[in-house]
Design a binder for this molecule. Structure first.
Ligand code: GUN
Length: 284
């Protein structure tokens, strides 16, 4: 029976530390770190995500600036909003909630965000620093950084281990694969075009899955004693589930993250962490 890697407990611990740090920074610099959240249109899922991010900010004392923009906004207008936030000295972090309406380019707007305010860690400069392992010099993407916190907190050794990343998105799969490699794991990256996925997953000491395919990973695809990190979240028969068949796989793994309550809370925690980090980097 696996150890359950509890993202709610770990988040509470880190958020408690951040709250104390925010109080100290507010005292020292006269204002709290501030996160600007840009939401374009009325996508209901995005509205919920944004509301949760703003609530989490408030709980640790981070200011939030809520920028709601109409669905019909042009790329130029959106870029201009981002530029104003870049120039605003009282803003430390900027996120543009994705996905954007189809007529807008997320790559263009991400490139517009000042790298030192890019608390999602999506700007190419931060992506490059992530690849090079220069974590202290930039802002790292929240979900992969949150996964690495689990390994640290639970003392899970990565050096020399076979790590398999299933999913190769720019937001999770690619940066997390890089972080595992920087920790000296032997990393394989699998994705939707991989032939014989189980061939790879069965060899994994560390198995990270971020595909959005509910219950893609079955018990017979997992090595005995593996550490399994489930980064998926979907709805299956009205229930929130991950990419891993949790009930079956937890009997085989040595440690596993649940969905919900695993990686999810850590993503928002690392956004708060990055906002505080961005504030500190700007204030020397
Ligand atoms: N949409 C889904 N995940 C994310 C995220 O981490 N950041 C932003 N900005 N949008 C998202």
């Amino acid at each position: 029976m696996a150890v359950i890697l509890d993202g709610r407990v770990l988040s509470e611990k880190i958020r408690g530390e951040l709250k104390e740090e925010v109080e100290y920074l507010k005292e020292k610099f006269g204002r709290a770190p501030t996160l600007a959240v840009v939401l374009v249109g009325n996508d209901p899922a995005s509205e919920i995500y944004v509301r949760n991010k703003i609530k989490a900010c408030q709980k640790v004392g981070i200011n939030s600036l809520d920028k709601k923009l109409p669905e019909t906004i042009t790329q130029e207008e959106l870029n201009r909003v981002v530029k104003e936030l870049n120039d605003n000295k009282d803003v430390d972090g900027i996120i543009v909630q994705l996905p954007l309406p189809k007529h807008l380019s997320c790559r263009e707007v991400i490139n517009y965000i000042s790298p030192e305010k890019d608390v999602d860690g999506f700007h190419p400069l931060n992506a490059g620093k992530c690849m090079l392992g220069l974590y202290d010099e930039g802002l790292m993407p929240c979900t992969p950084a949150g996964v690495m916190k689990f390994f640290e907190e639970y003392g899970i050794e990565l050096q020399g281990k076979n790590a398999v990343m299933v999913g190769h998105s720019n937001i999770v799969g690619k940066p997390l694969a890089n972080m595992l490699l920087n920790a000296n794991a032997t990393v394989s990256v699998c994705h939707v075009y991989t032939q014989d996925l189980a061939f790879y997953t069965k060899k994994a000491d560390i198995l990270c899955v971020a595909t959005g395919v509910p219950h893609l990973i079955k018990a017979e695809m997992v090595k005995d004693g593996a550490v399994v990190i489930d980064i998926g979240i979907s709805r299956l028969n009205g229930k929130i589930v991950g990419d891993v068949d949790f009930e079956a796989v937890k009997e085989k793994a040595s440690a596993i993250t649940p969905v919900p309550g695993g990686v999810g809370p850590m993503t928002i925690t690392m956004l708060l962490y990055n906002t505080v980090k961005a504030f500190k980097m700007r204030h020397g």
